[in-house]
Design a protein around this ligand. Structure first.
Ligand code: ZN
Ligand code: ZN
Length: 198
C-alpha cells in the first residue's frame, strides 16, 4: 500500500500499534521494577526529576493517590509510584510469574519513587547488578501499583502486610499481639486475652 495515501497512513499507525503490543509481550523482553535513581544515568537524573515534578506529569496521575506522575522517558511511558518515602519492599512470588531474582525478591527505594522500566532504557549494568538493585522480570510487562499503602507486583502484595489470624484484617507484622501465655493472638483491633477467664 502506498504509505502516502490516507489509508496508507492509517495502516502505518495500525502497524505501529501492533508492533508496540508485540514488544510489550515479547518473551525475552526484560523489565526492571525498582527505584529509577539506580538505573538512570547520573547526568540525566536532574532532568528525570524535573519531569516527574512537572504539573502535567502529575495531572496525568491524579486519579490514584499513590501514583506520583506519568512521564515519557527515552520514548517509553513510565508510571512513577511512591509509598510514603524510602524503604525496602519484599515479595514472595511463589505460584505466580517468578522474576529472575527468584521466588522471593525485594527492591529498595532511595529517591522515594519507583516504577517499571524496560531494561533496554536502563543505564548499562549487567543483569546481576540489576537484580541487586531491583526486581527483574522477563516477558510480559509486570503490573505495579499501590493500594492502601501496600505495594503490589502482578497482584502479589508486599510482605510488610499479613492477614490477622484472628479477624482477617490486613496488619503490619509488628502489629500482631500475643498474650503472656502465648495462647491468644490478635491485632490492635481484635486482641483479647481469654486465659484469665477460664
Ligand atoms: Zn485482628
Ligand atoms: Zn491469653
Amino acid at each position: 500500500m502506498n504509505p502516502n495515501t490516507f489509508m496508507g497512513q492509517v495502516m502505518k499507525c495500525f502497524d505501529l500499534t501492533i508492533d508496540n503490543k508485540q514488544v510489550e509481550d515479547s518473551t525475552d523482553k526484560l523489565w526492571y521494577v525498582g527505584d529509577p535513581c539506580y538505573v538512570v544515568e547520573n547526568k540525566d537524573w536532574d532532568l528525570f526529576c524535573q519531569k516527574t515534578w512537572a504539573d502535567d506529569a502529575r495531572a496525568n496521575a491524579e486519579n490514584n493517590g499513590h501514583m506520583d506522575s506519568i512521564i515519557e522517558w527515552e520514548g517509553e511511558r513510565l508510571e512513577i509510584w511512591s509509598n510514603g518515602g524510602d524503604g525496602v519492599w519484599g515479595f514472595n512470588f511463589e505460584g505466580k510469574s517468578i522474576p529472575l531474582n527468584g521466588f522471593t525478591a525485594e527492591f529498595g527505594v532511595d529517591a522515594g519513587i519507583f516504577c517499571v522500566m524496560p531494561v533496554e532504557i536502563c543505564k548499562p549494568l549487567d543483569i546481576e547488578e540489576l537484580q541487586r538493585l531491583g526486581i527483574i522480570f522477563m516477558g510480559k510487562k509486570p503490573k505495579l501499583y499501590v493500594e492502601d499503602n501496600i505495594v503490589y507486583i502482578n497482584d502479589v502484595a508486599d510482605n510488610s502486610r499479613e492477614e490477622c489470624w484472628n479477624c482477617d484484617e490486613m496488619i503490619m507484622e509488628h502489629d500482631r499481639m500475643w498474650c503472656d501465655t502465648g495462647n491468644c493472638c490478635g491485632c490492635h483491633s481484635c486482641f483479647e486475652c481469654e486465659c484469665e477467664e477460664e
